[in-house]
Design a binder for this molecule. Sequence first.
Ligand code: ADP
Ligand code: MG
Length: 240
Amino acid sequence: MIEFRGVNKHYGKFQVLTQIDLTIEAGEVVVVIGPSGSGKSTLLRCINRLETITDGQLIVNGTQLHDKHADVNKLRRHIGMVFQHFNLYPHMTVIDNITLAPIKVAGVSKQEALQTAMHYLDKVGIPEKANSFPSQLSGGQQQRVAIARGLAMKPQIMLFDEPTSALDPEMIGEVLDVMKSLVHEGMTMVVVTHEMGFAREVADRVVFMDQGQILEEAPPDAFFSNPQEERAQLFLSRLL
Ligand code: ADP
Ligand code: MG
């Protein structure tokens, strides 16, 4: 579903990603961890072409992203992204936030979009908030709306960039629970997170990044009990 082959990315002279090789199969859940500034967000943003790669090959869902003529709109239609700061439209109700892209981008009828939106709002547990504005919701509820919004496009891949980092501790669980339900439905997911419990419980693989490189890639059991790289050991020891 996602394949990085020797991918490099520069911001001017600064190399933010170095020789990234990473293959993610359909239905896999990969958790990306690493220190701040290590390139995790950039890696994620390359997958839906919010960032372009400098060289190497990146193939996502059959689209060659290193090809300048890649159909980016088509690519993005099948990829949902959830950010740390929710990024809901503040002037729109919950239901309008969720139906906007299906109607405007995917060309779904209003009636069908509403039905789909309610289905996913139900799934994330807050159907009663359909007509509320984002500012009337808690952080955890806003993030669940953001997830429902991503799902409403019926994506094949969901990307999460620190989805619980801006939440009060008591709201982290409700968002992780929604994410776990997606895992159990077989969604392909790439998740940047500091929630190691989530990684241990549901990740197929953990990818550890530092200074723009993937230093280690292993199943969570192996990674957490016996990290091979010194920088991974140090990173984990600081989390405890
Ligand atoms: P992480 O998500 O792991 O914290 P990022 O991918 O956000 O890391 O950033 C990696 C590095 O790239 C950081 O040093 C950051 O300052 C730099 N960076 C990120 N975005 C840009 C940009 N648009 N222009 C220049 N440098 C950037
Ligand atoms: Mg980041």
